[in-house]
Design a protein around this ligand. Structure first.
Ligand code: UTP
Length: 292
C-alpha cells in the first residue's frame, strides 16, 4: 500500500512583481475574490482533497496570512453578541480548516528553493505542492492523489496552452498512459516557442515523493537566476517515473491581473447569494460597452 498523502506545501513567499502596486505591502495571496483571500480557496481545495497538514512558505511583510488562519476571539465574541452566530462560526472555523504551519524563505530565490525549505516539515513522505497564487475550480489535486495511489510516483498538473504562450511556463514532453494521465519524458523551463517540445504547460499543482528534496539541493540557479523546480524535476526523471495529470479548464493565475478579473466574474456567478444581482451588473456593462 502506498503511504497516504497527508501534507501540502504552499509556496507564498514570492515578490509578486506582476501585481504591483497592490502587492507592495499586501501579499497577492491575500487578494480578495469576492469575500475570501486567494489562499483560502487554495487551502479549502487541499482540505477537500484529503490533506490534513499544510505548510505555508512565507516571508517578511506577509504576516497577515498567519492572522487570517488564526482565531480572533474578540471578533467572534462581538459577532455572537450581535446575534450573528453563523458569521462567528465561519470566522472560528478558519482556524480549524487544517493543521496549518508557517516557515519563512528568507530570500525569494525561486520556487525550487521555496519548496526546499519544507524539507524538515515534510520528512520522508509524499506531499503535494499548491502554488499560492494559482486557484483551481476543478478537482485536479484529488485526481493527482488518486494517481499516486495507483502508481506511487510523482505527478504534475499539465494543461495545453496556445503555442505562443508556452515560453511563460515550464513545459513537458509526454506520452499518453490512459484517461487524464500521461508519462513525462522531458521538461524544460520557459522554452522559446521554436524549441518547446510540446504545448503542455506545468500548472501550479505538484505531487512529489520525498526524493525531490535531494534533487532540489543539487539544482543550480536556472532561468532568471532562480532555483527552478522544473530543473529539479528533470533530474528526478532520471531516477523515478514522473506522471502528468492533464486537465483543460478552471485554472486562474491570480498573479496576473487579467486572470484575476476572470476569476472574480466566474466565482461571482457561482455564488448563489450574489449571482442574481451580479448577472444584472454584467448585462448592464455588456450593453453599455456594446460588447455583443
Ligand atoms: P510566481 O513566479 O508566480 O510568483 O511564483 P512571484 O515571483 O511572487 O510573482 P511575479 O512573477 O514576481 O509576479 C509562484 C508561487 O511561488 C511562490 C510565489 O509566492 C507564488 O505563490 N514563490 C515564488 C515563492 O514562494 N518563493 C520564490 O522564491 C518564488
Amino acid at each position: 500500500m502506498p503511504s497516504p498523502v497527508r501534507k501540502a506545501v504552499i509556496p507564498a513567499a514570492g515578490l509578486g512583481t506582476r501585481f504591483l502596486p497592490f502587492s507592495k505591502a499586501v501579499p497577492k495571496e491575500m487578494l480578495p475574490v469576492i469575500d475570501r483571500p486567494v489562499i483560502q480557496y487554495i487551502i479549502t481545495e487541499a482540505v477537500e482533497a484529503g490533506i490534513e497538514d499544510i505548510l505555508i512558505i512565507t516571508s517578511r511583510h506577509k504576516k497577515v496570512m498567519e492572522d487570517h488562519f488564526d482565531r480572533h476571539a474578540e471578533l467572534e465574541a462581538v459577532l455572537l453578541a450581535k446575534g450573528k452566530a453563523e458569521e462567528a462560526e465561519e470566522i472560528r472555523a478558519l482556524g480549524e480548516l487544517a493543521d496549518i504551519h508557517f516557515v519563512r524563505q528568507g530570500e525569494a530565490l525561486g520556487l525550487g528553493h521555496a519548496i526546499g525549505t519544507a524539507r524538515n516539515h515534510v520528512g520522508n513522505e509524499p506531499f503535494v505542492v499548491l502554488l499560492g497564487d494559482d486557484v483551481m475550480m476543478e478537482p485536479v489535486l484529488k485526481g493527482m492523489i488518486d494517481s499516486y495511489a495507483e502508481h506511487e510516483s510523482s505527478v504534475v498538473a499539465l494543461m495545453e496552452v496556445p503555442e505562443q504562450e508556452i515560453s511563460s511556463y515550464g513545459c513537458a514532453a509526454a506520452e499518453p498512459v490512459g484517461g487524464s494521465l500521461v508519462k513525462v519524458t522531458d521538461l524544460v523551463e520557459k522554452p522559446a516557442v521554436e524549441v518547446a517540445p510540446s504545448n503542455l504547460a506545468i500548472m501550479g499543482r505538484y505531487l512529489f515523493t520525498p526524493s525531490i528534496f535531494d534533487e532540489i539541493d543539487n539544482t543550480k540557479p536556472g532561468v532568471g537566476g532562480e532555483i527552478q523546480i522544473t530543473d529539479a524535476m528533470l533530474s528526478l526523471l532520471t531516477s523515478e517515473p514522473l506522471y502528468g495529470y492533464t486537465f483543460s479548464k478552471g485554472r486562474y493565475d491570480m498573479g496576473m491581473k487579467s486572470d484575476y478579473l476572470r476569476a472574480v466574474v466566474d466565482f461571482g456567478l457561482e455564488r448563489e447569494d450574489l449571482a442574481p444581482a451580479f448577472r444584472e451588473i454584467l448585462v448592464e456593462a455588456v450593453k453599455r460597452e456594446g460588447l455583443l
